[in-house]
Design a protein around this ligand. Sequence first.
Ligand code: ARG
Length: 467
Amino acid sequence: MTLWGGRFSKAVDSFVEDFGASIHFDHVLAHWDIVGSVAHSKALAKAGVLSGKEQQKISAALWKLAEKIESGKIKFSLSDEDIHMNIERLLHGSIGDLAGKLHTGRSRNDQVALDLHLYLRAQVLHLLEKCHALQSALIAKGLEHIDTLLPGYTHLQRAQPVSLAHHLLAYAAMLQRDMQRLQEGWHRINVMPLGAGALAGAGFGLDRDYVAQLLAFDSLYENSMDAVSDRDFIIEFLSSASMIMMHLSRLSEELILWSSQEFAFIELDEGYSTGSSMMPQKKNPDVAELVRGKTGRVYGALMSMLTILKGLPLTYNKDLQEDKEGVFDVMKTVQDCLTVYAPMISTMKINKNNMARAASGGFSNATQVADYLVAKALPFRQAHEVAGKLVLHCIQNNTVLEELPLSVMQQYSDLIDNDIYQQLALTYVVDARNVRGGTARPQIRKQLDLIKKQSEAMQVSIVEKQK
Ligand code: ARG
């Protein structure tokens, strides 16, 4: 019989038993379920529901059970539906009827919410560490490539030359925001729902502040109905995770393009590439493609959770059981993607010459011609027009700006002089964008210093949360 056997005279349909069970996936919560139960048993003892001895017996048995589960010795049963009832049943097997006292003043509704809060509180910190590792790899690569120039693109057309460090640090900045978002969300995860009972709050004078303290929660839910039905913290996590994947997917797209023979800007290490079963010459950027592809399932989990909650009346409804698989899958997916990405970035080879060649073609110094004329007091609109005509001249004569003779240039504007040639060099163009946040190399050094500091501060605050 099930744990609610009293009310029922007939067993649940066998298909429904399987259909309604969550043990296939919520066994992941076993450790946290036990941590929560031990804290709850202490609250029961404090309230006089359990004697000190009973409480000790329960917690000793629970910890032993945790060990057994960890070592894979336990087989959970489908008929016990979920991890909470499986653990209660196993506890009963070890200490008998005393196990039946543990669920006093508690419902699976506040129990499962607690487990999710505990699980996410720990796992988000692992995720943060992995974001940080990738950010460090990007920063390190950037440091090596301040002087490596490539075209910056708009509309995927060569626009203006940039330092490769500048390009990579844009992703480091995205990851910084990703980590900030995870951290902000973490504070809303770190709130305790236990003591909410099924929905209305527990009886028996349970001291919720005491439990929150035992479990090191920053605060607790002030409304029991909110406590059992809130999954906002999950949506926030899934949304932050989606944003991380969106960033990784954009980076993946660039790495895939850059490693094509058409670009040949980079070469991914063989450890992070695969061959083809048919075409012997192939070296495919599979890892980057897979990361780009996995973005889909992460977005899917976010959509799914938003949809599950839409129109859901207070408080607990079985719909909420659908919250878990997405969270577990997203946690593993995003952690795995970050795990593989950091070394892929560290080991990728940069083809400086190909980058430089691309940056010199495509007239990425044309804006500099306009800026040159502006410095000679021509209004920007007219300067833009002159530069455009010079580019057209080059296209028609199959040449580039830096190779046009002065006499030709002067046909388009008599403001142009010999001093234009030094300004057409890529390094000049890059260094001329010397505003804060620009691609001038002194600015990039400042940018690197700043992101390194931010990244170190982030690391400190992650470690602090782990305590
Ligand atoms: N397995 C359930 C879930 O994951 C636990 C809570 C069940 N509560 C209930 N009243 N049926 O949501």
